[in-house]
Ligand binder design. Sequence first.
Ligand code: EPS
Length: 388
Amino acid sequence: MRYLTAGESHGKQQTTIIEGLPARMPITPNDINDSLLRRQKGHGRGKRMQIEKDLVDVVGGVRHGYTLGSPIALVVHNDDFKHWIDVMGEDPVSEDQNIRRVVTRPRPGHADLNGALKYGHRDMRNILERSSARETTARVAAGAVAKTLLKHLDINIVGYVKEIAGIKAEEKPELSIDDKIRISEESTVRCLDEAVGQQMMDAIDQAKKDGDSIGGVCEVAIEGLPAGIGSYVQYDRKLDGRIAGAVQSINAFKGVEFGIGFEAARKNGSEVHDEILWSEERGYYRRTNRLGGFEGGMTTGMPVIVKGVMKPIPTLYKPLQSVDIETKEPFNASIERSDSCAVPAAAVVMEHVVAFEIAKAILEQFPNDQFPKLKETIDGYREEIRCF
Ligand code: EPS
């Protein structure tokens, strides 16, 4: 299974095509719209999210509530496009035409300058329109289809916020995945620790007041995955490696950890590895889950726990110094409308990006053109490893 996305932030629409999904899987537009709505929420979002009402238009691959086995094509319209038709239209413009909103002052931390150098665009709007995190709308739409497949295979996934601007949520090991889904949904910062939610909101408000931005840490938990998904036999089949790459590719993400992550560097082996136990009901399981559900590039059957670090958004109302590429004079970087903190939204994006990698690995390991047969195969595999 694979997908591509297309679309500019203030262009007509976000588009994605997903190929490789089996036929006869139940899916409705609501499965996708729920995800899109969740991505739009969160304290710290700017004015743009008041303009957009992200709703999917399913334009291929689904009929009467089921997948057809053909490519699935999804469109989300940018409502803001109506304000940008002259700036973002596809028709040629004459040389004497005055183009609005040309960007010649690259923002530090964004793709603006490197993209301009690479593609030769002197108007850096040609870079920022595509490098904008608006593209994560399409990634969430694709991930929502993958999440639907996982849901029908009894695999549940949720993303939430662990940390914003150094304010850390406490570990909540007692929470079930359903609790995590419910509590994160009720929190405007998508945090499981109600005690620090307000502090996170205050930090976001302060950053906004200061014209600054703040980052944080998101976590995704997945339950219901059987052991042995992924493989150790080749570097590019290691599922944790693929998930890490996908998470790192989300706009503004700078690092990924599984389980105790970097903490493992500071501990002895006896404090890191997860002892193996067995019971009739569960089959093989672990006393602890410090490795976050992965060994040797494969799932262990324990919950997958993955963290991603998001840097503060580089578009600042209090801009940093930059150079105008036309005059070479020092200037303050361009000010584009932006969010002061998008970590709660990023947790939803991360959830969907991870869901896609997992669904893709499952379909690679148990290829099947028909969803009911895939489900039968996975249930059979679960039983096989329980009795192994
Ligand atoms: C973004 C800038 C803002 C954000 C945008 C990402 O958009 P605008 O320039 O239109 O105000 O709102 O995020 C989204 C549009 C979205 O859907 O998440 C950026 O520069 O990356």
